[in-house]
Design a protein around this ligand. Structure first.
Ligand code: ARG
Length: 455
């Protein structure tokens, strides 16, 4: 394709280091789409004859059908998907294929193909996030009033509802979807027609190709357009943030599924056994979601470092942009699907969660708040009084709401029988109706609001 001034072919290792076909063949559909839009425009503008444009368009359809049927071969001699597609076109339609590359370079071609690919990938991720959100909403609604211990420092802190806990992840995913949406909007400008770096003297119509490929508009600066990979980094950074969220949810499932917690039983479909310990039921999928987050972070760092310090415009380093994006996309797709499956099918052991919430003196803050509200005690003093009550309960081995009234009034005479209304875990969660609080009524309202939202 470029051998005119070369007397010898490339060394074998040169061929190998130079070739991107083993991975960029994944963009063959986008490559054919971009070429179809380009040749249609060349025909309309009279840059190639209508007849040649029609021949090329038909040839591209045939090449696409071949790829669809037989796959794309790893032909290292042809370097990349752009040259391979063109070579196949020439085999089909002869020398007229050579007119396709008029007013175009592989530099604007690859930038266009890759944007199309990342845009499709973004749409897939958005659908996968929506599926996990739907699963969380269903389980949150089911468990709007199920009490569990809420933690800080992984110590029992205050009772919360399982629905509220699950809705926390729904919020994270809402932000993730919004980040992918932002990335998609910024991505949606078409580099095609920027040519090698400087634009072209041919009377091309960039608005037409942009429109045909579903972009909002053409990019504004040819140098930027062929050397910009922000769209890939935006995708990776959004993917990283999402993967970090999924790894936290995965970690909670891992903890909750362990015997000392016993908060959740994963379904058979989402567990594995041990080859040596018959009693084991391992949360491997959750562990891999937690692990894959590391690889997604790595992919992002890899492309950031590739792009750092590159002069304008295109440099071959940029060919390394695709493997990290492909890898991160595949991993994120697996993680989202696996978490969706786990959330949908998990059995939450609400009896166990309630018992732990009740055992942990988690309503101590409710006692302190009652003293402030009903007896006018300053909060710091109320905190101290409550500490003594907890100590007393601990010493006698009972829950806070099982302390006799006499024991409480002995600690502070301002306490009366009404205090028992707030000491149960149910009363505690029901009272937390502040905006964003854990009360069952709030959870139900949050679920209903989320269902009505579109991201
Ligand atoms: N395979 C190349 C890539 O992925 C295509 C662009 C090559 N451009 C060039 N001038 N060699 O980046």
């Amino acid at each position: 394709m470029w051998g005119g001034r070369f007397a010898e072919g490339p060394a074998a290792v040169m061929r190998e280091i130079n070739a991107s076909i083993p991975f960029d063949k994944r963009m063959w559909r986008q490559d054919v789409r971009g070429s179809q839009a380009h040749v249609a425009m060349l025909g309309t503008q009279g840059i190639v004859s209508g007849e040649d444009a029609a021949t090329i368009a038909r040839g591209l359809d045939e090449v696409a059908a071949d790829f669809e049927r037989d796959g794309v071969p790893d032909d290292l001699a042809l370097e990349d998907i752009h040259m391979l597609t063109e070579a196949r076109l020439a085999e089909r339609i002869g020398p007229v294929a050579g007119r396709l590359h008029t007013a175009r370079s592989r530099n604007d071609q690859v930038a266009t193909d890759f944007r199309l690919w990342v845009r499709d990938a973004t749409d897939e991720v958005l659908a996968a996030i929506a599926a996990l959100q739907a699963a969380l909403l269903a389980r949150a609604e089911e468990h709007a009033a199920s009490v569990m211990p809420g933690f800080t420092h992984l110590q029992s802190a205050q009772p919360v509802t399982l629905g509220h806990h699950l809705m926390a992840y729904h919020e994270m995913l809402r932000r993730d979807a919004s980040r992918f949406g932002d990335a998609r909007r910024r991505l949606n400008e078409c580099p095609l027609g920027s040519a090698a770096l400087a634009g072209t003297g041919f009377p091309i119509d960039r608005d037409a190709t942009a429109r045909a490929l579903g972009f909002d508009r053409p990019t504004r600066n040819s140098l930027d357009a062929v050397s910009d990979r922000d769209f890939a980094l935006d995708y990776l950074q959004a993917a990283t943030q999402c993967a970090l969220h999924l790894s936290r949810l995965a970690e909670e499932f891992i903890l909750w599924a362990s015997q000392p917690f016993g908060f959740v039983a994963l379904s058979d479909a989402w567990s594995t056994g041990s080859s040596i310990m018959p009693q084991k039921r391992n949360p491997d999928a959750a562990e891999l979601v937690r692990g894959h987050a590391g690889r997604i972070v790595g992919a992002t760092v890899s492309l950031m470092v590739t792009m750092k310090g590159l002069p304008l415009a295109y440099s071959k380093d940029m060919q390394d942009d695709k493997p990290p994006v492909f890898e991160a996309h595949d991993l994120l797709g697996l993680c989202l699907a696996a978490m969706t499956g786990m959330v949908e099918t998990a059995t939450f052991r609400t009896d166990r969660m309630r018992a732990v919430a009740e055992a942990g003196y988690a309503t101590a803050t409710d006692l302190a708040d009652w003293l402030v509200r009903e007896a006018g005690v300053p909060f710091r003093e109320a905190h101290h009084i409550t500490g003594r009550a907890v100590k007393r309960a601990e010493d006698t081995g009972v829950k806070l709401d099982a302390l006799p009234l006499a024991a409480l009034t002995a600690i502070d005479s301002r306490i009366d029988a009404r205090v028992f209304d707030v000491l149960s875990v149910d009363a505690s969660v029901a009272s937390r109706t502040s905006h964003g609080g854990t009360a069952p009524a709030n959870v139900r309202a949050a679920v209903a609001a989320a269902r009505g939202e579109t991201t």
